[in-house]
Design a protein around this ligand. Structure first.
Ligand SMILES: Cc1ncc(COP(=O)(O)O)c(C=O)c1O
Length: 382
């Protein structure tokens, strides 16, 4: 279990006393540390925080203090960066499929870099051709990534040069290439393959008179959930070497989401009730699959579970139990066979590493409200 970024137990207790449970405790200090670690691992690459895993204003504000860049994909995400007065030149719009109204919404906010991946998208940019620059997204399938993000988007590599020529023929400015090799990647192999192909495509484009000057290597950088992961410095070392070798002088962009936000948020939920069914202990929490644990379904993610009492040193015997969410749906079971001490209503369960694709995909099914996010540094200023 990865507990390094867990807030101190006294902080957790204070927040519960003030607000009750469930709660998501967000640390902007952890956000900033993750960002700095990423920058150190890939110097020369501009990390654009992808808002989607945690589009919280405090995260954007903390990253703004680090002079970060941002990656948005929807009008709502444009609103978040706009409200934080982020300079539009530090923002790119990376959704490959957009309505004309989406393009105009982003342009009104001053955002001028967009992504495309197919010929049907290109005519949408023609009315704004003199104001925009484009990145072309390629597909590099990653069956081994937890979430393969090249299934739904990206031009196939063998069709890429034709698409580039088509865009040029329409008078559009394509500045570079982009890819996303899949979220929570376990090794850098796919990045290296994608960078190698992009290098060749840069050269082929140059022969056709198209000068590309930007490469966007996307997100996908992993964090430890229930299994250890390579530290970011080691994970990125081969990527860094390859970029330095093959793309000197080119503007390099990355779009980390999970790596920045996952360690920054901790879920505190509490036991609403319990029962013994066919000899098995069940605990019903005030958080479940329809709430912050929705990442178990959508993000295929596994989170750790530990009781607050255990963090405080309780070593009483454990018994395997089922942990279920609060809704009336039978699918709303978070874990089965989890060893837990004998818990009472009100006892708290802690899940670290809950900052990415958790609250962002939570629903209010059964009218159980979404869990409140408390920013630790605002709650307990130093
Ligand atoms: C275009 C784009 N960029 C960046 C990200 C962030 O990816 P990750 O959280 O794996 O870093 C995503 C995730 O869906 C994405 O679709």
């Amino acid at each position: 279990m990865y507990l390094a970024t867990l807030p101190p137990v006294t902080t957790i207790r204070t927040c519960i006393e003030r607000h009750g449970a469930p709660l998501l405790l967000l640390s902007t200090e952890v956000v900033r540390n993750q960002y700095r670690a990423f920058r150190a691992a890939l110097p020369g690459v501009e990390p654009h925080y992808a808002l989607k895993p945690l589009p919280h204003p405090a995260v954007v504000a903390a990253l703004d203090q680090e002079q970060a860049w941002f990656d948005v994909c929807s009008n709502g995400e444009v609103d978040v960066v706009r409200q934080q007065s982020i300079a539009p030149g530090r923002i790119i719009h990376t959704h490959p499929i957009k309505r004309d109204s989406d393009i105009r919404y982003a342009l009104d906010a001053g955002i001028t870099t967009f992504v495309f991946d197919n010929p049907y998208e290109l005519p949408k940019f023609i009315p704004y051709a003199d104001r925009i620059q484009l990145l072309m997204r390629l597909s590099f399938r990653s069956p081994e990534a937890i979430v393969d993000l090249s299934y739904k988007f990206g031009v196939q590599p063998h069709e890429a040069l034709d698409l580039l020529l088509k865009a040029q023929g329409m008078g559009l400015t394509v500045r570079g290439l982009a890819f996303h090799v899949g979220s929570q990647c376990s090794n850098a192999g796919k990045y290296l393959e994608a960078i190698g192909f992009c290098r060749r495509l840069f050269s082929l484009a140059a022969l056709e008179g198209i000068t590309l000057d930007t490469l966007d290597i996307g997100g996908g950088f992993p964090v430890p959930y229930t299994e250890p992961m390579l530290p970011i410095q080691d994970f990125c070392a081969p990527i860094r070497n390859e970029l330095e070798r093959t793309f000197p002088g080119v503007r390099l962009i990355a779009e980390p989401g999970r790596f920045i936000s996952a360690p920054a948020m901790t879920l505190v939920s509490s036991v609403m009730g319990k029962s013994d069914r066919n000899g098995v202990r069940w605990y019903y929490l005030d958080e479940g699959l329809y709430g912050s644990y929705s990442g178990k379904l959508y993000d295929h993610c596994d989170y750790s579970v530990i009781t607050l009492r255990e963090l405080e040193g309780d070593e009483s015997p454990r018994q395997r139990a089922v942990v279920a969410g609060p809704t009336c749906d039978s699918v709303d079971v978070v874990y089965e066979g989890i060893p837990l001490p004998d818990l009472a209503p009100g006892d708290c369960i802690i899940s670290p590493m809950m900052g990415a694709y958790t609250a962002a995909s939570a629903t209010e099914f059964n009218f159980f409200p979404k869990t409140r996010i408390v920013v630790i540094e605002e709650e307990l200023p130093q």
